[in-house]
Write a protein that binds this ligand. Structure first.
Ligand code: MN3
Length: 252
């Protein structure tokens, strides 16, 4: 009998796989989602579109100037993000997932190919990112209700911004900074590499994304070159707190 076909070998493979899945929190997130139907419903009925197509950008390419230049917005939306949508559709077709929501794929992304993994994350993250921004406003900050929640979790709004900014600044290479709701409904800050996000069953942080910031160089290089910290500092003036609040309320 070959070693690879032995029952013991199969047992070990299964056991190791099981322990790894438990270790990254799939079972806890899964049971959290299952035990909390409003959360599951929100993922389907969220104002954030969960289909595979790109939704129209809710403002002009030059609407975020001073924070993000028009050329970056145009290339980012029409080339980078468009490619994630296109490739996600191809992967979903090939892997019999065309009728699923992006969230369903993300929560079980370990079952799929690398192409599905990268592009489901890329599409989801960018669709949320576009909605999470708006033209610059003076003294841009959350309304009183969400401000109180942020202050409760992070002591102060300034402290929240510092922690979130640091998550983006300290992410080595390409990735995202996140504000997310963990399984105990606490707001947490973290970051992921590449196009990963907290919904993925493979992610080191698990929960429901509330606000994400793209820190790939393609998001800022034309205007800021190597100065990622300046991009992050300027990004705060275009965060759409009304969208973030509505998004949060439907998940919490
Ligand atoms: Mn991007």
């Amino acid at each position: 009998m070959s070693v690879n076909n032995s029952p013991r070998r199969e047992f070990l493979k299964t056991s190791v796989k099981g322990s790894v899945i438990a270790g990254i929190g799939l079972s806890s997130l899964g049971s959290f989602i299952e035990s909390c139907s409003p959360v599951k419903k929100t993922m389907i009925t969220s104002p954030f579109k969960t289909g595979f197509d790109q939704q129209p950008l809710p403002y002009a390419y030059d609407a975020l100037e001073n924070s993000i230049d028009a050329k970056t917005m145009e290339i980012h939306f029409t080339k980078h993000a468009a490619a994630y949508s296109k490739n996600l559709k191809e992967a979903a077709q090939a892997e019999n997932a065309s009728t699923k929501s992006v969230e369903e794929i993300l929560m079980h992304v370990s079952r799929y190919s690398a192409k599905m993994h990268n592009n489901s994350g890329g599409h989801y993250n960018h669709e949320m990112f576009w909605q999470s921004m708006r033209p610059k406003q003076a003294d841009n900050k959350p309304g009183a209700s969400f401000m109180a929640i942020l202050e409760k979790h992070f002591t102060s709004f300034a402290n929240f911004k510092t922690q979130f900014s640091d998550a983006g600044k300290n992410r080595f290479g390409s990735g995202w900074a996140w504000l997310y709701l963990d399984k105990n409904k606490n707001l947490k800050i973290g970051s992921t590499s590449n196009q990963d996000n907290p919904l993925m069953d493979t992610s080191e942080i698990n929960g429901l994304p509330v606000l994400g910031l793209d820190v790939w160089e393609h998001a800022y290089y034309l205007k800021y070159q190597n100065k990622r910290a300046d991009y992050i500092d300027n990004w705060w003036s275009v965060v759409n707190w009304d969208y973030v609040w509505e998004h949060y309320k439907k998940m919490s």
